[in-house]
Structure formats: structure tokens, C-alpha cells
Design a binder for this molecule. Structure first.
Ligand code: Y39
Ligand code: FE
Ligand code: FE
Ligand code: FE
Length: 230
């Protein structure tokens, strides 16, 4: 079936679309803000890489501005209270890990899990986005691959020392992501994004990342489906 489907049935200005958009775009804006803060924190934890982390944090601040513009373009007021609650468990786990100076855990949460979640969401959103949001999201997703790669490289370089902590962070945080996805799957579907596609893309990104870091295929299978409930 090589022909491209017209997705012209999406009415970007309907109340239903805008209501769902207020939560999804809110999540994205809050996520970009927290990513910005998380990279500043990582720069404090790894002073020898601080310049790199500051650079990533500035990219996240730009992403946030871009997605705020997407909301304004559709005349949507984003639900940031919902978004803060949506991220609160991952946010707390990042803060706790940072307080204990657990760099690998912080990198797993932000640079692996959250970046893969972002990449999956943006990849699935691009074909169904309005023209304005599509252009912004296309440029943002390229940056997110860089962020994912940065985390991969550090974890790979320290693999033997941090392998057990990565697995522990995966056990603690991946189930949270699956639960988060279940919280927004209905809103995502209104935007034309199917949960199955989001899960599939996440699994691909996350599995590739774990492979690049040094995990075996068997370990990747066990880790990436951890906490996934249908
Ligand atoms: O690194 C980043 O920029 C990630 C923080 C941004 C968050 C993306 C969160 C996307 C979840 C959207 C869920 C749609 C189904
Ligand atoms: Fe971002
Ligand atoms: Fe990012
Ligand atoms: Fe990001």
C-alpha cells in the first residue's frame, strides 16, 4: 500500500481537537521545561561536561518556545497543571537521584527514557500535525536524537561500572512511562496518534539505545518491556 493516505479529516480548530491539544501540548511544554532544568542539573553533577549540558539545556528552552507557539497558533490554552502532575513521578525520581549524585540514574531518566518518549511522540505526531507545528516538530526531533546520543555515549563509556544502576533505574522508571502513556492515549488518538505506534517507536529507540550502550539482545528484551501492560 504505497500511496499516502490523506489525513484531511483532522479539524485542527474543532473543540475536541483543541481540548486534547491543551493537554498534549501542555505535557510537551512542561517536558521541555523539565528537560531544560534536568540538563542544567546534570551539568552541575558532571562539571567536566558542563558546557555540553548547558548547550543541551538551551536547546530544550528553544523547544519549549516552539511548542508554546504551536499552542498559540491554534489558539489553545495549555493545561500546565495537568502536565506537572503527569511528570511528577519521573520528576521526583530524577530529583532524588540527583540529590544522591546518581549520574547514571539521572541520565537514564532524562537522556534515555524521556528522550525516547519525546522522539516516539514527535515522530508519530509529524505526519498528522498542522503545517505550523510540523515544521517546528521536525526541527526539534533532530535535536532530541542528539540528546539521546549524548546520554548513550556517556553510559557506554562507563558501562561496566554503571550497568547494574542502569538496570535498576530501568526497573524503577520504565513502568512509570507505560502508565503515563495510558494516561494520554485517548488525547493522543484525537490528534491522530495511535498508542500502538507510540509504543512501537519507543521500543525501537530505546532498544537501539540500550544496544549502543552495550546490553545484549536478551537483556534488551527483558528491560524494554518491563512494566508494559497491554
Ligand atoms: O527531551 C525532551 O525534550 C523531552 C522533554 C520532552 C518531553 C516530551 C514528552 C512527550 C510526551 C508526549 C506524549 C504524547 C502522547
Ligand atoms: Fe526537547
Ligand atoms: Fe531533549
Ligand atoms: Fe528534549
Amino acid at each position: 500500500m504505497p500511496q499516502t493516505q490523506a489525513i484531511s479529516e483532522i479539524d485542527f480548530y474543532s473543540d475536541t481537537y483543541k481540548d486534547a491539544y491543551s493537554r498534549i501540548d501542555g505535557i510537551v511544554i512542561e517536558g521541555e521545561q523539565e528537560a531544560h532544568e534536568n540538563y542544567i542539573r546534570l551539568g552541575e553533577m558532571l562539571p567536566e561536561h558542563q558546557d555540553d549540558f548547558i548547550r543541551l539545556s538551551k536547546m530544550e528552552a528553544r523547544h519549549k518556545k516552539g511548542f508554546e507557539a504551536c499552542g498559540r497558533n491554534l489558539k489553545v490554552t495549555c493545561d500546565l497543571d495537568f502536565a506537572r502532575r503527569f511528570f511528577s513521578d519521573l520528576h521526583k525520581n530524577f530529583q532524588d537521584a540527583a540529590a544522591e549524585d546518581k549520574v547514571p540514574t539521572c541520565l537514564v531518566i532524562q537522556s534515555l527514557i524521556i528522550e525516547c518518549f519525546a522522539i516516539a511522540a514527535y515522530n508519530i505526531y509529524i505526519p498528522v500535525a498542522d503545517d505550523f507545528a510540523r515544521k517546528i516538530t521536525e526541527s526539534v526531533v533532530k535535536d532530541e536524537y542528539q540528546h539521546l546520543n549524548y546520554g548513550e555515549e556517556w553510559l557506554k563509556a562507563h558501562f561496566d561500572d554503571v550497568k547494574a544502576e542502569i538496570q535498576e533505574a530501568n526497573r524503577k522508571n520504565l513502568p512509570i512511562v507505560w502508565r503515563m502513556l495510558n494516561e494520554v492515549d485517548k488525547d493522543a488518538a484525537v490528534l491522530g496518534m495511535e498508542k500502538e505506534a507510540l509504543v512501537e517507536d519507543f521500543m525501537i529507540q530505546y532498544g537501539e539505545a540500550l544496544s549502543n550502550i552495550g546490553f545484549s539482545t536478551g537483556e534488551i528484551m527483558r528491560m524494554s518491556a518491563y512494566g508494559l501492560v497491554a
